[in-house]
Design a protein around this ligand. Structure first.
Ligand code: AHM
Ligand code: MG
Length: 350
């Protein structure tokens, strides 16, 4: 057991991610060592991606599109491919992760030499918010860790079609003014800032707690006329109140990070054409749901707790309402109102 809590007393005693993870898990056991090593590899991927992004404007072949489309039919950016390859390469010969599943890949990627010992699957969105890359705005990587169950896993990853409670950890890396890594392995949420001079993620805040409510609402209001009534009613309500602020950066990780720190709610609702919304369950919304719940917040589809949703396919999507508990409940109350109204018998004409 690790007994003494590391303390951040001076610049010479900064707490690195690898040191902190073992403290967080309160163990030096083999599984704890493995998870610590796994988090270190994720951090390495984050450092490599961060380094490339920081020089994007002066390196050849970083910005722009590849000309390909991914499994979702979306145009692929060069950085999407780079970041996806980085996550794969940092786990090769690691003995840790047998399989990676990513927003960018049709089917899971197996690293057979790891599989006899590496019982983990890493799910990820290697670059989330990639439309921000070419304008030098913040983007992120989202990750989720699941333990493989049983000996047999099929090539298509059907065993991954389970609810969010199967996650043993989740987090994100935010490539912003500084690069931050925020994670939870089920014992609270902890945040780290990359110190480029050391090349290490240093503890910024342990046990991050989201405020009970907040004044920020974050959604793409350009879709107003495509939403269902309940979301439109919620936004009309917000417009009539004093003190709300709209904040939307077009990259989920950055928008979510602000809400985690300052409170409020992020929404990506379904639209007429896409009732299930835009964001993917396994790579984006469910990992953040795990994290926000660990920070005392809530995540829902508007009508159902997100952690309970079972995807019907690897790249399934669902509407997202995530943030401070009271702020999420407020959005849900508009859904409930609209459901109860639609269930009332139509008034007979007088
Ligand atoms: P991506 O993973 O293809 O980048 O798409 C996800 C991003 C989120 O980061 C962001 O919240 C959302 O798409 C923005 O979508 P929109 O431009 O429709 O507002
Ligand atoms: Mg994404």
């Amino acid at each position: 057991m690790v007994n003494s809590a590391p303390s951040q007393s001076s610049e010479g005693d900064c707490i690195t991610l690898s040191r902190y993870v073992l403290h967080d898990l309160k163990s030096f056991s083999q599984p704890a060592q493995d998870l610590s090593a796994l988090m270190n590899r994720i951090a390495l991927a984050g450092k490599l991606i961060s380094r490339r992004l920081s020089r994007a404007g002066i390196l050849e072949g970083v910005l722009g599109f590849t000309g390909e489309t991914n499994v979702q039919g979306e145009s692929v950016k060069r950085m999407d491919v780079y970041a996806n390859d980085i996550f794969i390469s940092v786990f090769k010969e690691s003995g840790l992760v047998c399989r990676l599943a990513s927003e960018e890949m049709d089917q899971p990627y197996y690293i057979p030499e790891n599989c006899p010992i590496g019982r983990y699957t890493l799910l990820m969105d290697p670059i989330d918010g990639s439309s921000n890359i070419d304008t030098n705005l913040n983007v992120g990587s989202i990750f989720s860790i699941r333990q493989q169950q049983g000996e047999q896993i099929d090539g298509e990853g059907n065993d991954l079609l389970q609810d969010g409670h199967q996650q043993i950890g989740a987090g994100y890396i935010l490539y912003g003014a500084s690069t931050m890594l925020v994670y939870s392995l089920g014992n609270g949420v902890h945040s780290f800032t990359l110190d480029p001079s050391l090349g290490e993620f240093i503890l910024a805040e342990e046990n991050v707690k989201i405020p009970e409510s907040g004044s920020i609402y974050s959604l793409n209001e350009g879709n107003f006329w495509q939403w269902e009534d309940s979301i439109r009613e919620y936004v009309r309500y917000v417009h009539r109140q004093d003190g709300y602020s709209a904040r939307y950066g077009g990259a989920l990780v950055g928008d979510f990070h602000r809400i985690l720190q300052q409170g409020g709610v992020f929404l990506y609702p379904g639209t007429v054409n896409k009732p299930e919304g835009k964001l993917r369950l396994l790579y984006e919304t469910v990992p953040l749901a795990f994290l926000v719940e660990q920070a005392g917040g809530k995540a829902s589809t508007g009508t159902q707790r997100l952690m309970d949703v079972v995807p019907d396919r690897l790249h399934a999507r669902a509407p997202l309402v995530i943030g401070s508990p009271r702020s999420v409940e407020l959005v849900e109350s508009f859904h409930q109102q609209s459901t109860s109204q639609s269930q009332q018998p139509a008034m007979a004409d007088q």
